[in-house]
Design a protein around this ligand. Structure first.
Ligand code: PMT
Length: 407
């Protein structure tokens, strides 16, 4: 089973006898590395206490839609934006009916309505006759059509004494289904070469020119590509992050080293993604010894660094090439300009300069741009953004590339 490290999962608990199993589900999700927030309906609180689930999840349980203090802290919209996945276990017949009808009068249903693009799982649990009822079956079919994944119900003896389908699936099966949500396999057979982080250009042995790139965006992309089944090589400037699992990592310092490593690896890749914030210039000369301080003004001369991504895009057997554009103004215009002049297949534009996004922040607001389309993504975690970029890569570029090869 692949890991759920850094995955942000909402566990919704509704009012059925199987609610006690949600405690074990939360424990196992956290054991796999997921961060869990729990949303309980009032019915669920009749079966298991919020205190138990607070202790297991490590966070206060969310219960009320119209609670001003909760909404001010992390309201239903924030919860929806935060989630990488939603799991409702147990999901009662009532909950399924409300979701299918698009209700939003409880916190849990409101969160779900605000999470249309978040992968979601239902683990139904109810009396077997209620499960078989055409209304329930119709609602389940409707939710499946909308993209909900059903886990169970399992067959067996029920709390009411009847035997049939209606038992909530076991926590380990639900955890496996959550893991499967992220392991799409859409990039199986795809080799991706990525750059991330800043480059550091030496002035002398102790001073340098660089930027605030932390590597978070590029590392999140590498992890998302692995999740999708790709074979990933990540060439990284100096950052404080460990390489994600199953990624072949190479550390470099400056732009020339990054270019050399890219050129060494690029012929073995199908896709190149340039997420690194490569310094556009480097000092003409890096002094051999520490420069001495003086009272005179000091001028440093710079020469342009090689443009790594443009070099890759000019190769005769070039891979699919996706760039990034970090801009503080005229975002789309400048990104489109780079798409064209650098000869890229696609570009990810991000407005930088604010503390809540871009360089070194945990979040990014991105626009995915190709020759024909623009997809605007709202502010979200870099992990979530990375998965959207990988999905876009698959749909816009990789699938077409595979079709061309098979013709
Ligand atoms: O690392 P984080 O803190 O998470 O921040 C993420 C990020 C803001 C660094 C990332 O999302 C991002 O926008 N990266 C690209 C930053 C950048 O340098 O953009 P640019 O507009 O200057 O460059 C355009 C493209 O050309 C980029 O794909 C860049 O990798 C590439 N480039 C630029 C200069 C150069 N000499 N060689 C290049 O390959």
């Amino acid at each position: 089973m692949s890991s759920l490290i850094h995955k942000q999962i909402i566990v919704g608990v509704t009012g059925g006898i199987a609610a006690y199993k949600s405690a074990e589900l939360i424990r196992q999700l956290r054991q796999q590395g997921a961060e869990v927030r729990v949303v309980m309906t009032s019915g669920a609180c009749q079966f298991i206490t919020p205190l138990t689930l607070q202790a297991l999840s490590g966070h206060p349980v969310h219960q009320h839609l119209l609670d001003p203090t909760t909404e001010a802290a992390m309201g239903h919209i924030e919860l929806a934006r935060w989630a990488d996945a939603i799991v409702i276990a147990p999901a009662t017949a009532q909950c399924i009916t409300e979701l299918a009808a698009g209700h939003a009068d409880q916190l849990l249903t409101a969160v779900c309505l605000a999470s249309q693009n978040v992968p979601s799982i239902l683990a139904p649990a109810m009396n077997q006759q209620m499960w078989h009822h055409p209304n329930t079956q119709r609602n389940v079919a409707r939710l499946s059509e909308q993209g909900w994944h059903m886990v169970g119900p399992a067959y067996g003896e029920q709390a009411c004494g009847e035997v049939g389908p209606g038992r909530m699936s076991e926590p380990q099966d639900i955890v496996q289904a959550v893991t499967d949500l992220f392991s799409t396999g859409a990039l199986a057979d795809c080799r991706i070469l990525l750059t991330a982080g800043p480059t550091v250009e030496a002035i002398d042995p102790v001073r340098f020119v660089s930027n605030h790139s932390s590597g978070k965006m590029g590392y999140a992309l590498a992890a998302a590509a692995v999740e999708a089944g790709a074979q990933v090589t990540l060439i990284s400037g100096p950052v404080a992050l460990p390489f994600p699992e199953h990624v072949q990592g190479v550390r470099v310092t400056d732009a020339e080293q990054m270019l050399a490593q890219v050129l060494q690896q690029v012929e073995h890749c199908d896709v190149f993604i340039g997420c690194a914030a490569v310094a556009d210039y480097r000092p003409t000369q890096s002094a051999l010894h520490k420069l001495k301080k003086s009272d005179q003004p000091f001028t440093l001369e710079f020469v342009p660094n090689p443009d790594i991504i443009a070099t890759v895009a000019r190769l005769p057997n070039k891979p699919i090439v996706i760039g990034f554009a970090a801009q503080t103004m005229d975002l789309i215009k400048n990104a489109r300009q780079k798409l064209m002049t650098k000869g890229l297949d696609g570009i990810v534009a991000n407005l930088v300069g604010g503390a809540d996004r871009g360089f070194n922040a945990d979040d990014n607001a991105l626009t995915l741009i190709d020759d024909n389309n623009e997809i605007n993504l709202p502010l979200m975690s870099k992990q979530q953004g990375a998965r959207k970029i990988i999905k876009w890569l698959v749909q816009q570029f990789w699938q077409n590339n595979m079709k061309d090869k098979s013709v």
